[in-house]
Design a protein around this ligand. Structure first.
Ligand SMILES: Cc1ncc(COP(=O)(O)O)c(C=O)c1O
Length: 398
């Protein structure tokens, strides 16, 4: 019977990882996979996480089930981290989910169940799993132009002109910060304009927030999200703690709903719970409890952990900003042009370089430099010693 299964296309990033592993060249560089790496090429467990693990292991008394919405202390703390006090607590409904992917999936289940023909608008390009999950769930979607491949910046006027075709009740998917794959981000003015647009057209924003703290700062990165959440009656936010807490494999995420009409709170909450029940039942608790402890929840014994975590995250971000500066300076020298200056302006772990598929292939075969086919690089995959080699290789292929 299994022979009737359809062959699934291999994930491009996983395929790239296998090629990289098999490459014997010493000078090879992996800029493909979306995982933060330090200057030694490692993805260490954060100190705050190690300390929180010890606290959790010493204090947890049972491994019995938690509720269907997951760890409510975690939900409270993560809501506070993202929304601070801009939205009254009693307007936020949250459910834990396995990672940002799980949160996105659960929010889509909710959206799909509201109305059969709901249409989601996603940026072109976007994180490839957005379209894959929408397809998998049978939800219709349209693309809107987002990235200008000539300037490698956001083309906001084209985006807004595409969005003129959006219908009332449709869903607008936005990246909260640190856009993946482009690294080009909306300004606060753009967020303000989009908020007014959503209000006028009755559009539901669905915000994917996977990199808070990787761009300009833990608070600065959510200014746009906060503006939208405090000015619109309903907003959905899918949160990932994979990157900013380095908890990738623990699968920590949250689906947050900002709902100003209190009469429908119970409805939203019960729906989120019920979708959790039929998808994975209880969300994984271990990583969420670590985040709860770090951010200082009810069970927290050590309020110092949040400072340790902030310091670590700030140093990760500053490291990436330094790499951005060094790389754009080096590319300026090697190409004798300002073509790649956008790298310094981009934020987050990624930048889309605006290279052709052939140029990306040449970088891999001739120089052992691995990046995704659309020319997305993971800045954190570089270390300072490799920057000149990388930029001179780029200068050779362009
Ligand atoms: C834009 C975006 N959303 C969501 C995720 C999901 O992260 P995870 O499910 O690993 O928490 C990622 C991870 O790469 C991402 O880049």
């Amino acid at each position: 019977m299994f022979e009737n299964l359809k062959l699934q296309s291999e994930d491009k990033i996983m395929a790239l990882m296998s090629l990289y592993k098999a490459d014997k060249r010493k000078e090879k560089i992996d800029l493909g996979v979306g995982v933060y790496k330090n200057n030694k090429g490692q993805t260490p467990i954060m100190d705050a996480v190690q300390k929180a693990s010890r606290i959790l292991n010493n204090t947890q008394k049972t491994k019995s089930y938690v509720g269907l919405s997951g760890n409510l202390g975690f939900i409270d703390n993560i809501s506070q981290l993202v929304l601070a006090d801009v939205v009254p607590k009693n307007q936020i409904i949250g459910a834990q989910a396995p990672g940002g992917t799980g949160a996105f999936h659960q929010l889509l289940l909710l959206i799909r169940s509201m109305e059969k023909d709901k249409r989601v608008w996603i940026s072109s390009p976007s994180w490839p799993n957005h379209a894959a999950i929408l397809n998998h769930l049978g939800i219709q979607f349209n693309n809107y132009n987002y990235f200008d491949y000539d300037t490698c910046e956001v083309n906001f006027s084209r985006m807004m002109s595409d969005l003129q075709k959006i219908s009332p009740g449709d869903v607008l998917l936005l990246h909260g910060c640190c856009h993946n794959p482009t690294g080009a981000n909306l300004s606060l003015e753009n967020w303000t304009e989009l908020t007014q647009f959503c209000e006028k057209k009755n559009i539901l924003p669905l915000i994917d927030l996977a990199y808070q703290g990787f761009g300009d700062g833990i608070n600065d990165d959510v200014k746009g999200v906060q503006y939208m959440a405090s000015n619109l009656p309903e907003v959905c936010i899918g949160i990932s703690c994979s990157k900013n807490f380095g908890l990738y494999r623990e699968r920590v995420g949250a689906a947050l709903m900002v709902v100003s009409d209190k009469k429908i709170h119970k409805l939203v909450e019960e729906n989120l719970k019920s979708f959790n029940r039929v998808t994975f039942s209880f969300p994984p608790d271990y990583g969420a409890s670590l985040v709860e402890i770090i951010l200082g929840g009810n069970n927290s014994q050590d309020k110092e952990l949040i400072h340790i975590w902030e310091k670590e995250l700030n140093s990760m971000r500053n490291g990436m900003l330094e790499l951005r500066k060094l790389l754009s300076d080096s590319l300026r020298r090697s190409t004798n042009s300002t073509r790649f200056d956008f790298i310094e302006r981009h934020r987050g772990m990624f930048s889309l370089m605006g290279l052709s598929v052939d140029q990306v292939a040449r970088l891999r075969t001739e120089f052992g430099i691995y990046m995704v086919g659309d020319s997305r690089i993971n800045i954190a995959g570089l270390n300072k010693d490799q920057i000149d080699y990388f930029s001179s290789s780029i200068a050779t292929v362009i």
